[in-house]
Design a protein around this ligand. Structure first.
Ligand code: AKB
Length: 313
């Protein structure tokens, strides 16, 4: 049975992943870590960890005898563009520490990559698993570098590194922060709260998205997959839908007919979105480890709106 240390555990993915892992493997077998202080009523072990502190990361993983590290702590795309040095130190410095700790302790390591690992010269439609990766955002550069580092540690040291190129992840539990795809979650929240939303991306800006339960299942499935069947490792394309702001607005109008959307594109985030693929091809994930999704746009929209209405947003 796995003993898993999660970094960035209070972030958008971590806050839901930790609960799922504790349900699957047992509360005491999942060590949540984050730079922030322990939340009230934590359901299992919790440690404060700044991932740029490699010695502390080693100490925690060693003390709890972790055999798996899920390294989530990172700055997202829009924030990275504004704070390049901090983004590099956190995204790459933190990952190097996670790789070295995994190497010292023989841990399996998962870290997410992103659709940001592609750039303006990549094929935009059905972007293949193996293709040109010349991103022009700092976040994208850190993600490609991370993919290469993880592959390097696999080939050089036999470290069991695995990763997913996540699209925008949609959840009603913990809002994302500093990303380019965040507008989707904002649109759902504002549709329930105000019946109106001003989008910072223009209509026709297509990007891949995925509902959080599918993303969490994908992490668990990839980590449990038979390593001998994996031809790729860092990182696999995964997507559930390719959508633009108008499609989401239409899906919301099936529940809130008067929902109004207008557009005021933010040059920074619009430029990032325009440099990313419209739709990526998840074929290698389906073939090599059985990736599947259960939510399309309509099913996700029904759940998001129902949960947000209950939360009283
Ligand atoms: C972002 O928008 O920065 C992230 C991502 C696609 O990696 N959601």
């Amino acid at each position: 049975m796995k003993k898993i240390m999660v970094t960035g555990a209070l972030g958008q993915i971590g806050s839901e992943l930790v609960e799922k892992l504790r349900d699957l493997y047992g509360s005491d077998r999942v060590i949540a870590t984050d730079i922030k202080a322990s939340p009230e009523g934590s359901s299992g072990p919790y440690e404060v960890l700044d991932v740029t502190n490699g010695l502390l990361m080693y100490d925690i993983a060693n003390r709890y005898e972790a055999d798996t590290i899920i390294h989530l702590a990172a700055l997202l795309s829009a924030t990275s563009e504004e704070r390049p040095l901090q983004a590099w130190q956190l995204n790459i410095g933190g990952l190097m520490n996670a790789l070295e700790v995994s190497r010292s302790l023989g841990c399996q390591l998962f870290t997410p990559s992103s659709i940001a690992a592609f750039g303006p010269t990549t094929t935009k439609e059905h972007t293949p698993q193996d293709t040109i990766q010349r991103p022009n955002s700092l976040y994208g550069v850190s993600k490609v570098s991370g993919e290469l580092l993880c592959d390097y540690y696999y080939h050089k040291f036999g470290l069991d590194t695995r990763g997913l190129r996540f699209p925008g992840l949609i959840s009603y539990v913990t809002p994302p922060g500093g990303g380019t795809t965040d507008y989707v979650v904002e649109m759902y929240i504002e549709s329930v709260a105000r019946g109106a939303y001003t989008s910072y991306l223009s209509p026709g800006t297509f990007m891949d998205m995925m509902y959080m339960p599918d993303a969490l299942n994908a992490i668990v499935s990839l980590m449990e997959a038979d390593g001998s069947k994996l031809k790729h490792r860092n990182a696999f394309n995964v997507s559930a839908m390719s959508i633009d702001p108008e499609m989401i607005a239409e899906a919301i109008r099936k529940h809130i007919p008067d929902f109004k959307v207008d557009y005021k594109p933010d040059p920074l985030r619009q430029a990032i979105a325009d440099s990313w693929p419209d739709s990526i091809d998840s074929g290698a994930s389906i073939e090599e480890w059985g990736f599947q999704v259960h939510y399309d746009l309509d099913k996700m929209t029904s759940e998001m709106l129902a949960h947000l209405a209950v939360k009283g947003n």
